[in-house]
Design a protein around this ligand. Structure first.
Ligand code: FVH
Length: 297
């Protein structure tokens, strides 16, 4: 087995390295601050003193750094040594950054695969972890037996920007979830319900609600949001107004919930009172505009 290079041993890079060590993969590790690489000494890995030394050892290079600026800073000095190598970049960034990086690597004779890790360091390699990839198909085919160790590997296509887009879309859903949970926790605490007791109720409730996501997605694809005797916006907006009223009384800042009330009001004013919550997508990404369900980016 040829060695695999891991560039970047922060919280996530170190978790990736640990996972590959557990999978019995031979590794060469590099990190800007040498002490993070030195922490792996005696674990049967090679410690490289420079990115050049790391690349020299392997055809497969994994990068997991803070941002694309860091990736460029690390790779530019060794750009003459990318020919024939596959770079898998697991650094968070924008689709534009990923596409630029893919072109830059290809211009130097290398293959580029972009990845978005849908796990935290503690869950890398666990059954719930997955990673979205896009870029050179040959790079995915070559690297996927290694990459599967991190979690299920989903290849989204040859557009190197797709993985970053999907990563950011999934993170958007996550931030909405945490934002809602934080507001709910503050509200509950204003009445003496402690955060852990609230979490015990919120977990099963949110889990049950995620069961509705396929139906919401179907409504968006059909462009038909009729609530059909279910949970209309006209009904839901009353609950949201009550949330905001109680938040004000309990001195909880409405910043995380008020935007939902505003979107509902806009949709209802446009005649959508009988529609389901899925209709709000038309307020943030109207049909026919970039980002709408009918005009993919
Ligand atoms: N940690 C997480 O929960 C998330 C889960 C999903 C994926 N993200 C993304 O993974 C990338 C790395 O995140 P991280 O958690 O490893 O981040 P840090 O622990 O802060 O480590 C940062 C590493 O980047 C190195 N670095 C920063 N700037 C430079 C530079 N100019 N040149 C070379 N290396 C640089 C840093 O090196 P050092 O400070 O130890 O010398 C660390 O190795 C990230 O895109 C997440 O969004 C993680």
């Amino acid at each position: 087995m040829r060695r695999i290079a891991v560039l970047g041993l922060g919280a996530m890079g170190a978790a990736l390295a640990e996972t590959l060590i557990a999978a019995g993969r031979p590794l060469v590790l590099w990190n800007r601050s040498p002490e993070r690489a030195a922490a792996f000494s005696g674990r049967g890995v090679t410690i490289a003193s420079s990115p050049f030394e790391a690349l020299a050892e392997t055809p497969l290079v994994l990068a997991c750094l803070l941002d694309y600026r860091a990736v460029s800073a690390v790779l530019e000095p060794v750009s003459g040594h990318l020919e024939g190598r596959t770079l898998v970049n697991l650094t968070n960034g924008t689709p534009q950054e990923a596409r630029r990086m893919a072109e830059w690597v290809a211009a130097r004779g290398g293959r580029y695969l972009d990845g978005g890790i849908m796990a935290i360091p503690q869950t890398v390699g666990s059954p719930e972890a997955f990673v979205v990839y896009s870029g050179a198909t040959a790079a995915f085919d070559m690297a996927s037996p290694v990459l599967e160790a991190f979690g299920r590997a989903h290849f989204l296509g040859r557009d190197a920007g797709l993985a970053a887009l999907c990563d950011l879309a999934l993170l958007s859903a996550m931030y909405g979830l945490f934002g809602g949970f934080l507001h709910g926790t503050a509200l509950a605490r204003s009445g003496g319900i402690e955060p852990r007791a609230f979490a015990g109720l919120a977990g099963p409730w949110i889990e049950a609600m995620t069961g509705a996501l396929p139906h919401v997605a179907e409504q968006i694809e059909r462009g038909d949001y009729d609530a059909a005797g279910g949970s209309s916006l006209a009904m839901q907006t009353m609950a949201v107004e009550n949330i905001l009223a109680v938040s004000g009384a309990g001195r909880v800042d409405p910043a995380l919930v008020a935007p939902m009330r505003d979107l509902m009001a806009r949709r209802i004013a446009a005649g959508g009172g009988g529609e389901d919550i899925a209709a709000l997508i038309e307020e943030i990404a109207p049909r026919g505009m970039p980002g709408s369900p009918h005009a993919p980016l």
